[in-house]
Structure formats: C-alpha cells, structure tokens
Design a protein around this ligand. Structure first.
Ligand code: ADP
Length: 626
C-alpha cells in the first residue's frame, strides 16, 4: 500500500502539534468530540428533513472507549462519515486551517503560542497519539475506509470493514517520557473530567463504560460494576439557568466554541419572549482576532433553531458596528428548512437582530459605567468600529453609538465620552470643540488651539483618520454642535474684539488682497485671525472638506488625480510683530512681501501636517533670507 505525503502546510502544523507544550495537549479530546458532534449534526439535520431515514435524536451518540493494554483511546460517532476522497481531503490537508494561514502570512517565530491561540482540529490528536487510525463509513454507503498515520511519515488509506455508518478515531497513546505522562489519557477519571470540562454542553450523549465501586456494610470487599454512563449533561449552556452557571462555564464555552483563548470582557445571556422567542448568548471579546480589520473577517452569530444549528455565521443578526461580538441565537420561531435568502427577509430574525443590538449597546454602556478601565481596553480594540458605523450609516446609528464614543481630550489628557464633555461645558460655551492631527502631541502644538484653551474650553483630540468624518456625520450631540478649531469662523471674540478685528480688516484689506493674489489661488482669502495668540499664521478651512479630511482623502488611491483639497484661508495674527513687518513691506517692497507671504503659507501648511507644495522654492526663499 502506498504511503502518501502530507501537504507541506499540514506537515508544519503536525510538527507544531507534536512539539506542543504539555498544558495544551488535553484539548485533543475536545477537538475530536466537537468533530464527532458536527458529523452527527450533519446527519441529524438530514434526518429531520428526510423522515424516510427513520432516525431520531435518540439514535445518535458519541462513544468513548479505553483499552489500557492496547494503549488506545477510541472516539466513535454515528454521524455522517467520510468516504475515501473526504478522508483524503479533510485529513490529508489542512490548507484551510486559519491558524496556519495566519502563521505563514505573518511569518511568526516558532515560539508564538499558536496552539493556545487558535483551534487546531483533528491534528491535535498527534499531541498525545503516536499513531492515529480513522475508520469511517459514510451514511448510505456500503464501503468503509481506513486512514492511518503516525504523523511523521505521511498516511495510508485503504478499504476496510465497518458494520455501521459513522467514524471511529483510534488513538494509540504515546508512551510516558521523563517529564510527560501520557498514561493519564487512558484513565477513566481523567477522560470523564475532560468531557465535563470541555464538552459538557454537546447535544448528543457522550458515553463510556465506567467502573463504579460500591461499598456495602455486609462485606469487607467493595464490589465493582461497569456501567455505560453518559458523561455530559447535554443541555446547551444557553438553555441553562443563569444561576446554575459560573464565570468559568461561560468562559470555557466561549473558548471552546469560538477558539479564542483570551477570556471575553463580558457576556450577555438572555431569554426573550414576546414578539420573538429566543435564547441568546453573546460575548464581547477582549481583543480583536488577527483578521478583524481585514476583508477576510466575517461577522455573524451562530443561528440555532430549537437547538439545531442552522447557520454558522448569520450576518443579518449583527450590525457592522458590533461585528466583533461572538455568540449564538437559538429560536423556536425559525423554521429548520429556511433558506439563506428567505432568512434575510424573515420578520422574526429582524426583530431578534434589533433586540440583540439593543442588548449589546446596554451591556457596553453598563461596562462604561461600572468598569471604566475595562471599557477603555475594549474601546481600544473595537472603538474604531463605532466611528465607521456612524460614518457609513450617515449617522442613522447615532442613537446606538454616540454614547459609546470616546476621544482623548485636553481635559487631564484622558479619554472622555461626549456626555462627559457636555456635562463640563462652560456656561458661555456653545459648541463642542475638536482638533485633528496625527497624534496628540501634534495637535497640542496647533496654533489654533491656544485661544480655545484660553477660554477654558475642553477640546476633543481626533487622531484617527475616520474621526472627523464621523463627527461631520453626527453634526451635533445633544443639540450641541461640533466645531473644529480649524474652522474659519470660530466666533470666540467679545463684541469689542469683533469691532476691532473688523476695523483692522478694513484697514488692511488691500494688503490682504495682494497677499492672496501672491498665493495664486492656493487660498480663498487672507485675513485677520481671531484664534491665534502667539503664532503668526494658521490655515483654516471653509466649506465641507476640512484640512484633516483633505489629508485622508488625498491618501486614498481611488481619489488620485481628483481635487479633494479643502478651501483654505490664510489667517494672520495682528498682534504678532511679523504683522507690522508685513504692513511696512506692503508700503515699501512688494516683491519681498510676496516672498514672505509664500513662506508664511508654507509654514502654515507644515504646522497643519500638510506638505510644502514647492519645496525647492521654499528652500530658496529661506536661503534668500539667510
Ligand atoms: P475543522 O473541524 O476545523 O474543519 P478538522 O481538522 O478538525 O478541522 O477536521 C477537518 C474535517 O474533517 C472536518 O471539517 C470534517 O469535514 C472532517 N471530519 C473530522 N472528523 C470527522 C468525523 N468524526 N466525522 C466526519 N467528518 C469528520
């Protein structure tokens, strides 16, 4: 019989498995039982829609068997089974394993705890077994197949005999080494314990011959009996009562089900009756999965109909802004046979989705209120999603999201919510001020900031590309308008100051027009600033596109060659000594004024984080001065 090589990727995963650290090894049983349960699910699902098969839920089970002499542990199921081709494709290659893909794409070192981070499936058997034999007979077939491998040298497949449909996985357990005891996986108590720990909720009975010892008063010697026990409680965790469950139960289920080894930040377990009847168990993860911000990430909740899984990822149950939530919904109202297309239009599903959204929002608000530190950690991982949500929904999702938003602010340098900002607003303050820049340090150096700060107004710092886009969509929060400190019209002055500015503007109108002309269309106007204190110049934006948005938009490939620039105004500080100098030049040396204007404009661009349009000219002008 020909021995086949594993595909290269499979071989690498196998090596990782075989050399994995000890504490992870026990999860092999969970993985095999999950596979068995999935295989039964597939057949059970078929039987529900095809009664001619004559199979009911009670006909299915997962059987475990220990043979200490042969050093084998066998996991059997009467599920759908695999034919020759499926054995080859499913067990000969693991090219689709998310964990391995991640590892190769990111070229991590071997020390990365990949097994601890992700589920590894069937191959985990090689962590404890020196040889794995899979005997499988597909439902409805008269042929059975045997797949066998010791991990290292590849595998063989041959036809064999098997009475009933389903799959047996036979593990030949490794011998003990000096520091690793594999014998424990041949102990009844240990297997019982592992089933309870990881697979208790599996919906089909997991059975094993268990030796019971009985002590009686009449005889000295205890008697022993062997009973075929069911090891798992079989009630899915989401159908249990909350008060029966511990934090560990919830966390273990999460790890098991969603392959995330970092405990979740919060869970929501609810039973709803009314317009829609369903149980939901939702988790808010502590960190984003590796592919979260890539197009590969698929959002969705598992969808069950009366305990039977009908969809692995039901995207319609989760809005995009909560796409990080993992979990499941089990409803009695949904039909088993419903197609994906029909499901999308299902009224019940829509009601459930609305409720799910609401409960996630409430849970997050609760977290924000009760455990600020945890919320901030969560927000760091997923907060961007809220801003995208506001932007992409044209602020339709405002009610759900606005109170979950946070921004760093000038107030003690901490993250603040919009509600906190508004609650602290000064009596004379009309608007919510924000400033944009690539980092807090840079924002704090913006010349426009000074005046607003002087007024004692708090300023939100927007350091993410999406921030200002989201804010522009919101327009306001609780009737307070958002105002960028770079807006042309900040309206910060007193009536007196306004008069003065107006007068100075009129006096210098000719010079401003001259300067604007010197800049050759790059600015809409040159004028006196009302927000500068110590700096001589700044830029402000007039119109729908701000300077920060210009930066983001012009960096997007799809906008290449298009004009996405903000309409800019060059603002001058009348109380800066340079202003007097400019005035003098206007009367005596207009060429020099032209040069100075260009220099000041370039400076203002640099301060805003924009590049200088003509660096050579800029350098020449400076050299000229020197
Ligand atoms: P995963 O379960 O994540 O897909 P595995 O490596 O555990 O990855 O299994 C690969 C595939 O082999 C499964 O998707 C399934 O199609 C098949 N398989 C594994 N175990 C069984 C089983 N007991 N019965 C039927 N098919 C199985």
């Amino acid at each position: 019989m020909q021995t086949k090589e594993f595909k290269a990727e499979s071989k690498r995963l196998l090596d990782m498995m075989i050399n994995s650290i000890y504490t992870h090894k026990e999860i092999f049983l969970r993985e095999l039982i999950s596979n068995a349960s999935d295989a039964i699910d597939k057949l059970y699902f078929k039987s529900l829609t095809d009664t001619s098969m004559g199979l009911g839920k009670d006909d299915f089970s997962i059987e475990l068997a220990i043979d200490k002499d042969a050093r084998t542990l066998t996991v059997s199921d009467n599920g759908i089974g695999m034919n020759e081709e499926e054995l080859e494709n499913n067990l000969g290659t693991i090219a689709n394993s998310g964990s391995l893909k991640f590892k190769s794409e990111n070229d991590l070192g071997d020390d990365v705890d990949i097994i601890g981070q992700f589920g590894v499936g069937f191959y985990s058997a090689f962590m404890v077994a020196k040889e794995v034999t899979v005997i499988s007979k597909p439902y409805g077939s008269d042929k059975a197949w045997k797949w066998q491998s010791n991990g290292a040298d590849g595998y063989t497949i041959e036809e064999c005999e098997k009475d009933s449909f389903g799959t047996d996985i036979i593990l030949k357990i490794k011998d003990n080494t000096d520091d690793e005891k594999y014998d424990e996986f041949l102990e009844q108590y240990r297997i019982q314990q592992l089933v309870k720990k990881y697979s208790d909720y599996i919906r089909f009975p997991i059975r094993m011959d268990v030796e019971h010892t009985h002590y009686s008063e009449d005889s000295e010697e205890p008697t022993k009996t062997v009973e075929h026990d069911t090891l798992n409680s079989m009630t899915p965790i989401w159908k249990k009562n909350k008060n029966e469950l511990t934090e560990d139960d919830y966390n273990n289920f999460y790890t098991e089900k969603f392959m995330d080894y970092t405990p979740p930040i919060a869970h929501i377990h609810s039973r709803n009756e009314g317009l829609a009847t369903y149980n939901a168990l939702l988790y808010i993860p502590a960190k984003a999965p590796f592919d979260y911000y890539s197009k590969d990430y698929e959002k969705g909740l598992q969808l069950y109909s009366s305990g039977v899984m009908i969809m692995e990822k039901c995207a319609d149950l989760l809005p995009d802004h909560f796409s990080f939530v993992r979990g499941l919904v089990d409803s009695e109202d949904l039909s088993l046979n419903i197609s994906r297309e029909l499901l999308q239009h299902d009224r019940q599903l829509k009601i459930i989705a609305k409720n799910v959204e609401k409960s996630i929002k409430n849970e997050l608000l609760k977290l924000l209120k009760n455990d600020r530190e945890k919320y901030e950690k969560f927000y760091e991982a997923f907060g961007l999603q809220f801003k995208y949500g506001i932007y992409s929904s044209y602020a339709q999702s405002r009610d759900v999201l606005e109170d979950l938003l946070m921004f760093p602010s000038s107030f003690e340098g901490k993250n603040v919510t919009l509600a906190e900002y508004v609650s602290r607003m000064k009596e004379d303050q009309q608007d919510i001020y924000y400033a944009c820049g690539e980092s807090i340090e840079r924002i704090e150096k913006l010349p426009q900031l000074e005046r607003v700060k002087d007024k004692g107004y708090e300023i939100l710092y927007c350091t993410n590309d999406i921030d200002e886009f989201a804010i522009k969509m919101l327009i306001q929060y609780k009737e307070k308008k958002f105002k960028s400190i770079s807006d042309a019209d900040l309206d910060l002055e007193t009536e007196e100051e306004k008069e003065e500015t107006k007068k100075a503007a009129e006096e210098n109108k000719d010079m401003f027009d001259f300067m604007a002309k010197a800049l050759d269309g790059k600015v809409k106007a040159v004028r006196l600033s009302t927000k500068l204190k110590t700096h001589p110049v700044c830029l402000s934006a007039d119109g729908p596109i701000t300077i920060e948005m210009e930066k983001v938009l012009s960096s997007m490939p799809q906008n290449e060659g298009q004009d996405v620039s903000a309409a800019k105004t060059l603002e001058l500080n009348a109380s800066h000594p340079i202003f007097e100098k400019l005035k003098a030049l206007y009367d005596t040396d207009k060429d020099k004024l032209t040069d100075y204007t260009k220099l000041l404009y370039s400076q203002a661009r640099l301060i805003e984080g924009l590049s200088v349009e003509d660096p050579v000219e800029f350098a020449n002008l400076i050299c000229g001065l020197m």
